[in-house]
Design a binder for this molecule. Structure first.
Ligand code: NGQ
Ligand code: ZN
Length: 458
């Protein structure tokens, strides 16, 4: 692959000019030379930063965004949203999921995300039977995303029960269930299928403590360790207060507390949401090295609550961001809401930087790059040798960035205006968005429109 030359780039030790980056044929950075001399390469103008990892996604939910914003008798809630989501997914075919995922991927790339951790639980056909190829939908989704050009951490998801009581899955949940053996078979098959893909990785998700009883959790983790002891492990945890209360009744412990005591939670783990945690739990999670997967726009949309960010951050906890249900498709929306949720509840400013006289945009992005990379199990998030060559190039001629330099560019990206200044995006050294456009965006949007129209009328 030919070298790239960036007029300005954010390196691990700060901003540098005329940065020449060598990339090998696997898409890995092989050299980084700041203040590079004349080379004949034409420089990419603007400010290059690492691509942002999106650590939590249910791609199919992109087509439901905007269709659940109605009041309901007794008041709408996370649980009535979930019922609506279950009814919606009963209609989806593998082809629909591919079309929705392709559209989502174009949108994510155009906003600067370059890697997607897909928490994939839509496994069975609408009657609840496995497809002839049990990973049919997982393949459809991951191929769509990889073809459009984003990197993927695919997380086949174990789903066994309706709730802590161990009740049999209900309604739409029939599309999610599989035995632990069958699910580990999916992991194995997908690992083989994706083996030659330089931007793909396979891990394991446990849907939640509601959906995975302790013995299944232990069996699945043991089997995963034998397949790949470094694979990422993701789980939804402590998102809703009702879930915390039910867990206390079931076990006498809060969900995060139970998990920390009963599972080998460590740096390869991603605890998605972890909204309702005590100061004690926050400290223990931080010490474990696990990444908390924050999805602020979805958590707001679903009325989850506000994560105790300041306590967790003060304890040195790792975190990253996900777009989850895809009511937003932008790192700006996620990071801005994360910071604003803190400002609104604490009635202060610049919470993410604490008392450090540092840029808030830089502090938020540094954490999201590092935590997102760890949660995805992929070397992303820094422009340095050995990392994947993922870049988002910000257009410094965009009005929102005019006259800015250094970290002011990041602060203005996150906190000034609505339209994205992301101009070019590279994944594994390959240019996938150029001048704000993906080369297949019209064709992908046409296919998506046909699916979305049918799903609304269906
Ligand atoms: C999901 N979404 O799996 O898509 C969940 C809802 C559940 C979020 N938690 C289902 N945001 O938690 O049972
Ligand atoms: Zn989720």
């Amino acid at each position: 692959m030919s070298d790239l030359l960036f007029s300005s780039a954010l390196l691990p030790d700060g901003w540098a000019r005329d940065v020449r980056v060598g990339v090998d044929r696997h898409g890995t950075i092989t050299s980084v030379t700041p203040a590079a001399g004349p080379s004949g390469l034409s420089p990419v103008p603007g400010a290059a930063v690492p691509g942002v990892p999106d650590l939590h996604s249910h791609a199919f939910q992109r087509a439901l965004a905007g269709l659940t914003e109605r009041g309901a008798p007794g008041g709408d809630s996370f649980w009535s949203w979930r019922d609506r989501m279950y009814r919606f997914l009963l209609q989806l075919t593998p082809e629909d999921v591919a079309a929705i995922t392709a559209q989502l991927t174009v949108e994510l790339l155009r906003h600067g995300f370059t890697h997607l951790a897909e928490f994939h639980y839509l496994r069975n056909d609408p009657e609840g039977a496995a497809y002839a190829d049990p990973v049919e939908i997982a393949r459809a989704a991951s191929s769509a995303a990889l073809d459009v050009g984003i990197g993927v951490t695919l997380l086949p998801t174990l789903y066994r029960t309706a709730d802590f009581s161990g009740g049999a899955p209900e309604g739409g949940q029939r599309r999610f269930v599989a035995s632990t053996d069958a699910l580990l078979g999916d992991v194995q098959r997908l690992s083989t299928l994706l083996e030659g893909e330089p931007t793909a990785r396979v891990g394991l998700a446990l849907h939640s403590l509601r959906a995975v009883p302790p013995h299944d959790l232990r069996d699945a983790l043991g089997a995963m360790d034998r397949l790949d002891p470094t694979a990422p492990i993701h789980i939804h945890v402590a998102e809703q207060e009702r879930e915390v209360a039910a867990c206390l009744v079931w076990s006498g412990a809060r969900p995060v507390e139970w998990l920390l005591e009963n599972a080998p939670v460590g740096p390869r783990w991603c605890l998605v949401h972890a909204t309702h945690i005590t100061a004690q739990e926050a400290t223990t999670v931080a010490r474990s090295g696990a990444v908390v997967g924050l999805c602020p726009t979805t958590e707001a949309n679903l009325g989850d609550g506000i994560f105790p960010f300041e306590e967790y951050d003060a304890a040195g906890g790792a975190w990253g961001i996900g777009t989850d249900s895809h009511v937003s498709v932008s790192p700006v929306a996620e990071l801005r809401l994360l910071e604003y949720g803190q400002r609104l509840t604490r009635r202060r400013r610049n919470v993410a930087t604490g008392e450090r006289p540092q840029s808030t945009g830089r502090a938020l992005l540094d954490a999201a790059w590092a935590g997102g990379a760890r949660a995805c199990g992929v070397p992303l998030g820094r422009i340095e040798v050995g990392r994947r060559a993922d870049f988002a190039v910000l257009d410094t001629d965009h009005a929102a960035l005019a006259g800015r330099s250094g970290d002011d560019v990041l602060d203005s990206w996150l906190f000034a205006g609505e339209d994205t200044p992301v101009r070019d995006v590279y994944v594994g050294g390959r240019l996938v968005v150029e001048q704000g456009r993906h080369p297949r965006q019209e064709e992908i949007a046409d296919a998506y429109r046909r699916v979305a129209t049918r799903l609304v009328s269906g």
